[in-house]
Design a protein around this ligand. Structure first.
Ligand code: GTP
Ligand code: MG
Length: 280
């Protein structure tokens, strides 16, 4: 092997000829396996070019990935705003807020990589997008009827397209999981383009959300000694929660049906709206 030290701009890097991409793969694998005798890789002129080209490709992919993440974050923002608007409107119309909280979740890079590895190590941008698009906006309500009212109101909007609807309230999962899932697309307007972005909307009650977050913890535990008993307990809790949700809705409707004695504030508002009508 010819010593290329003299031709190298950096005299500290020892460059030799003759390395090919197979050698680089073996070197990388050796480092992963821990069988590489040295962390140094002898670099040839070709190798430098190879690495340089790949560095560019990696940088380009990273930029495209970040851009995609930004686009999904914007899509979530659009959906969140739509729900905030609906919440405000309901507040004025029905004098109560149907939404307790809205949470948006953009998948963490680590869990995207983990999912990519699980589904066959395809590191293309398309594969990345498939997993990034697994994002969710979670809307938590107090009552079951609000879930369907909000879902209808969202789906009626003419920029929203329904891709799939999974009603895990009408058809709970075997473990007891309940939620209404809507997979929709929403257009997002950027400076020079419009993109239809896919978002999963999960709408559930506070009680269903409480259950789902506890059940979710179980998924990340390995070797649970009394797993069967925990699963059975969770299922029993899900059923109790469902019955309670139904009951709470019934009580609320009963209370609402009771005629209101107008308060001073109500009388004043009524007068104001009559004055408004005069000037329309
Ligand atoms: P994933 O591959 O997990 O995304 O499932 P999927 O694509 O088949 O869709 P599904 O509607 O079953 O689940 C989508 C999302 O709903 C999940 O990522 C969770 O956030 C939530 N989810 C679904 N099932 C369960 C469940 O049994 N327990 C909990 N805690 N969350 C669930
Ligand atoms: Mg999914």
């Amino acid at each position: 092997m010819e010593d290329r030290k003299d031709k190298n701009e950096n005299p500290d890097v020892h460059i030799t000829e003759g390395l090919d991409t197979d050698q680089i793969d073996r070197w990388i694998q050796g480092n992963i396996d821990g069988t590489n005798p040295t962390a140094m890789i002898p670099l040839s002129g070709n190798t430098v070019t190879f690495l340089h080209n790949h560095a560019l490709k990696i940088a380009e992919t990273l930029v495209a990935y970040k851009e995609m993440m930004m686009m999904y974050a914007c899509a979530m923002k659009e959906i969140r705003t739509k729900f905030e608007v609906l919440d405000m409107e309901f507040k004025v119309r029905y004098r109560r807020n149907p939404i307790n909280s809205i949470n948006t979740r953009l998948k963490k890079t680590a869990s995207i990589i983990e999912k990519l590895a699980r589904y066959g190590n395809d590191l293309s941008l398309e594969a990345l997008e498939l997993h990034i698009s697994d994002i969710a906006v979670r809307v938590v309500c107090s009552y079951i009827d609000d879930i369907y009212r909000l879902a209808d109101a969202l789906l009626k909007q003419d920029d929203i397209t329904l891709i799939a609807k999974k009603d895990y309230i009408a058809n709970p999962k075997e473990n007891g999981y309940r939620s209404l899932h809507l997979i929709v697309t929403v257009p997002v307007f950027f400076a020079d383009q419009k993109r239809d972005m896919k978002v999963e909307v999960q709408i559930r009650t506070i009680a269903m959300d409480f259950w789902a977050s506890l059940e979710h913890q179980l998924k990340y535990k390995q070797a649970v000694p009394n797993e069967a008993a925990i699963i059975a307990d969770l299922k029993a809790c899900a059923d109790v929660i469902s019955a309670t949700d139904e009951k709470m809705l019934g009580i609320r409707q009963e209370i609402e049906a009771i005629g209101d004695k107008p308060t001073e504030e109500d009388i004043l508002l009524e007068k104001l709206s009559r004055i408004d009508e005069q000037f329309q």
